[in-house]
Design a protein around this ligand. Sequence first.
Ligand SMILES: *Cc1c(COP(=O)(O)O)cnc(C)c1O
Length: 388
Amino acid sequence: MNSEHLRYDTILTHAGRAPAQHSGAVNTPVYRASTILFPDLAALEAKEGTKLRYGRRGTPTTHALEDAICALEMADKALVTPSGVNAISVVLMAFAEPGAHFLMTDSAYGPARKFCELMLRKFGVETTYYDPAIGAEIESLIRPETKLIWMESPGSQTFEVQDVTAICTVAQRRAIPTAIDNTWSGGYFCQPLTQGVDISVQAGTKYISGHSDLMLGSIACRDAQYDRLRDTYLRFGVCVGGDDAFLAMRGLRTMAVRMAHHHTSGLKVANWLLQQEEVLRVMHPGLPGDPGHDLWKQHFSGASGLFGFVMRSVDRAALGRMFDGLTLFGMGSSWGGFESLLVPSNPSVYRSATTWTPGGQTVRIHVGLEDPDDLIAELRRGFDRLRE
Ligand SMILES: *Cc1c(COP(=O)(O)O)cnc(C)c1O
């Protein structure tokens, strides 16, 4: 597809599709393959150079998904993994070597930090966690052996927006590769590679899937990083099944309309929460009063449905009355599906470079595709039960 003059949403509906190659079917079909047969000896001998040679190395279905992810993230190349955590661990592993030093934001997703502490440390990689608000000051933490700078913006649980441009300017001057967890934006509201980041990772489990029925991860990068990442990926034997790749592409086709709804409804619910006496603070970078709002305006074209708020201190019994009566909001891990979620959280336990003292009970909310007025009514009833 020649996409030079097309707008982003148009590209997303067409990327990774080639109906003429699949009997006219609109969607790339599910290929289930391990063995790929070659027609003659010469073709078999030349297989090293071919894209299709063995199921673990990709099928037309997974290649189509990689093409679509490239369009979504405005990347040169992409790899897909069976989970978001797998995408994170492949990237971290690709830059690991004995004596290496990594810099990781203190607001990073818990399992990313755990991979550094419980896995990479064993192989002699040391990770320093930094204040997510560090910006250009990151330079003072760089050592001769620093091999990777890891960002996440906004941060998991606490939603601080990082000054990605300032960090990348320093990293480029010092020739240190940068990677970011871009799950919050779905890749739809932010394309970090256009802002100087080298590698953008996502849990496709969240907004790419969009339906809470799929585990998937993606790694999007510039050409310069691809060989190193793909090498690690192949060594670990990472691959994604055809059904999962198909579901991911199906989700991706409706991202534009879903994300617009998450943006509008999320802000509506966030603004309502701001006015409630039970709520001390709302952590949503799309709100003008949020500390990350100016950076968010620079780096994002919208907000997803995930944010947090801090309630006044409540005892366990009152919290139980509020949460146990919920009918529209589900309680459970993950987010990015069509449905809303509400879970108490405790971000303080993930920190080491900074402290996080909210002054009350933190709650994480995912605003799904329901009518936001129904969600607000349910939250109002929840606060009523809290006060009983
Ligand atoms: C959920 C999540 C992941 C991990 O994704 P899985 O598919 O569950 O492994 C990574 N980063 C962030 C920010 C997430 O929210």
